[in-house]
Design a protein around this ligand. Structure first.
Ligand SMILES: Cc1ncc(COP(=O)(O)O)c(C=O)c1O
Length: 380
């Protein structure tokens, strides 16, 4: 192995908050897509049964990963469309004249969606901000605004801006007291932190597969608690929303009894096929070991951050943090140049404004962290 190969092996890869990697990812995705191409390109009549079978496997893997009841999960193109399907399905009594509570450090795309939907669904989007000088929204401030006027609360399990992990137990307990529907965006948590859709039991979950779970884009999911699901009437609906997709009497549309009611037109199957190897790989791993590895590497970075003039933007306590570390770079450093210089040393990071985001995962090594810290020392 040449020196160049030795450092192109993922050891210096810190982008699991963006695209996750697992061993042999390229080869395994290529094989999965080749199998899909063989199914799709064969001149027989089994293309759809086999392709929908791959999608069903994808849904099964997700159900197992988040311990969701059978029939409570379906696919979506991304997190935003998953949330649109769900909010667009809720009866008026949860939305009209009510508040939808959200924190300002949610993923902005979801806020964009909801501020638009508020107008025609007749709810107020109530956004809890971070305190002046603080970088994440405190759970206690979120709770303080959460009363019986909140029809729906959307939680972010782990934020993409500071990796703040919310106290799901406490927040969901509060939802049960106020009678609000409570859902959670687990995109930045699933695949690195444990999440169980039934403990504490949430009403809905949205996510996608490409980050810590290491799948591909286009592989989003929506989970809805079965007792709530039967009340939902998705406005985005179509032939695949029915129990029998071939029931084509235009005067007799009927929703399926399970999460298939959130489907609409012909589902996308390629992203499911391409993401299956990642989900299979995760299913074969010890989640505790993946997290312990991440914690070891983030601790090493944290120890050196003050020496490098990097100020911590994420919570210091591990129990309040996801897998990423966000660090404010010194005023004299240029974020784009910093990322470029690191890239030239096969160290892959990104910056949001002046915040450096570092997310070490299963392929990142302590050697990679040492190289990163040495490079940051030289550059800064
Ligand atoms: C917390 C969180 N939610 C959602 C998303 C992605 O949303 P979408 O799939 O709609 O692009 C991201 C992407 O970075 C994220 O960090």
């Amino acid at each position: 192995m040449t020196a160049q190969n030795a450092i192109d092996d993922g050891s210096g890869y810190f982008l699991y908050h963006s695209i996750g990697l697992f061993p042999d990812k390229a080869r395994l995705i290529a094989e999965a897509l080749n199998r899909f191409a063989a199914i799709w390109g064969t001149a027989n009549d089994s293309q759809w049964p086999q392709s929908l079978g791959l999608r069903a496997q994808f849904i099964d893997r997700w159900q197992a990963k988040i311990n969701a009841p059978a029939g409570s999960v379906t696919t979506a193109e991304n997190v935003t469309t998953a949330l649109y399907s769900f909010i667009g399905s809720l009866p008026d009594r949860y939305l009209k004249g009510k508040r939808l509570l959200i924190a300002a450090d949610c993923f902005p795309s979801l806020h964009f969606l909801l501020s638009g939907m508020a107008v025609h669904r007749g709810f107020v989007l109530d956004t809890v901000r971070a305190r002046p000088g603080e970088s994440w929204v405190r759970d206690e401030d979120f709770l303080a605004r959460w009363d019986a006027g909140v029809g729906v609360a959307l939680l972010t399990f782990v934020t993409s801006t500071t990796s703040h992990r919310c106290d799901l137990e406490g927040l969901v307990r509060h939802a049960r007291q106020t009678g609000s529907v409570v859902g959670v965006d687990i995109t930045q948590g699933v695949g690195i932190l444990p999440f169980d859709a039934q403990a504490p039991e949430v009403d809905f979950t949205v996510s996608t597969t490409l980050k810590w779970l290491c799948g591909t884009a286009g592989a989003g999911i929506l989970h809805v608690r079965p007792e709530l699901l039967v009340e939902c009437r998705p406005e985005l609906r179509g032939w695949f929303s029915q129990e029998n997709i071939l029931a084509w009497n235009i005067d007799a549309f009927q929703y399926a009894g399970d999460a298939r009611r959130f489907d609409h037109g012909t589902p996308s199957v390629i992203a499911c096929a391409a993401s299956l190897p990642a989900l299979d790989w995760h299913a074969s791993q010890d989640p505790g070991k993946l997290l312990a590895h991440n914690r070891e590497l983030t601790s090493a970075i944290l120890r050196d951050a003050p020496r490098l003039g990097l100020e911590l933007v994420s919570p210091r306590a591990e129990s309040e943090r996801g897998g990423s570390l966000m660090l404010k770079i010194p005023a004299h450093a240029n974020p784009a140049e910093l990322v470029d210089r690191l890239r030239s040393e096969q160290l892959y990071t990104d910056c949001r404004g002046t915040t450096l985001r570092l997310s070490p995962g299963c392929l990142t090594t302590s050697g990679g962290v040492e190289r990163l810290l040495a490079a940051l020392g030289r550059i800064l």
